[in-house]
Design a protein around this ligand. Structure first.
Ligand code: GLN
Length: 194
């Protein structure tokens, strides 16, 4: 049995839950999903931080020293637990957000809502490199951040010369929304990191 935690204080949670259940059915794995609101007790095999609004999420996770959630992420990823952040979730993982520095897990520089007003939300084909799999993927971007620079880690996909999916060991960050598609290989790739 695999138990996957989804950070569920804010943002789109149910789409990931549905996706994980479908992955479980398809691959014959027993996958349980835990929607997490409290990080004191974490007994999952992997964690997904969904899209939503990163400022709201940050506010909801802060404690007095402002680092409760980041310390939690550091602890579990240090134990080898895979963590995947989608869009706002990727922003929470980044070390540099709009030139403000955080103790995040991914050493990337990101700019929030970086595609600007004209292209707030858009869909486009990109090429994904997931280990042995290289294929075209129809990506949905919603008020997505732009990854200006990857200081450490691998790039799994690019769009217009900028990374849109990155991986550093057991930590993944994606600026588009795979949970809004029927494409399950990103989740399988992520679960294989367990
Ligand atoms: N624009 C949002 C932010 O900066 C992210 C949008 C999303 O997660 N789809 O937090």
């Amino acid at each position: 049995m695999l138990k996957i935690g989804i950070f569920a204080l804010q943002g789109d949670v149910s789409e990931h839950t549905k996706m994980l259940h479908n992955v479980g059915k398809e691959s014959g794995k027993d996958i349980k999903v835990a929607e997490l609101r409290n990080f004191e007790i974490f007994d999952c095999d992997a964690l997904i931080i969904p899209g939503g609004e990163s400022t709201a999420m940050r506010k909801l996770t802060h404690d007095e020293d402002g680092n409760k959630f980041l310390n939690f992420l550091k602890k579990i990823s240090g134990e080898g637990i895979p963590v995947m952040g989608i869009c706002a979730g990727l922003i929470l993982l980044a070390k540099n957000v709009n030139n403000k520095f955080y103790d995040g897990l991914l050493d990337i520089d990101v700019k929030r809502n970086g595609y600007g007003r004209q292209r707030e939300s858009f869909e486009t084909d990109i090429v994904l490199n997931l280990g042995k799999i290289t294929e075209k993927f129809h990506a949905i971007f919603i008020r997505a951040p732009v990854i200006e620079k990857v200081n450490r880690g691998e790039i799994l996909a690019n769009f217009e010369g900028k990374a849109v999916a990155v991986k550093d060991k057991n930590v993944m960050g994606i600026t588009f929304h795979p949970e809004l598609t029927n494409y399950r290989k990103i989740y399988k790739y992520f679960l294989n990191l367990i």
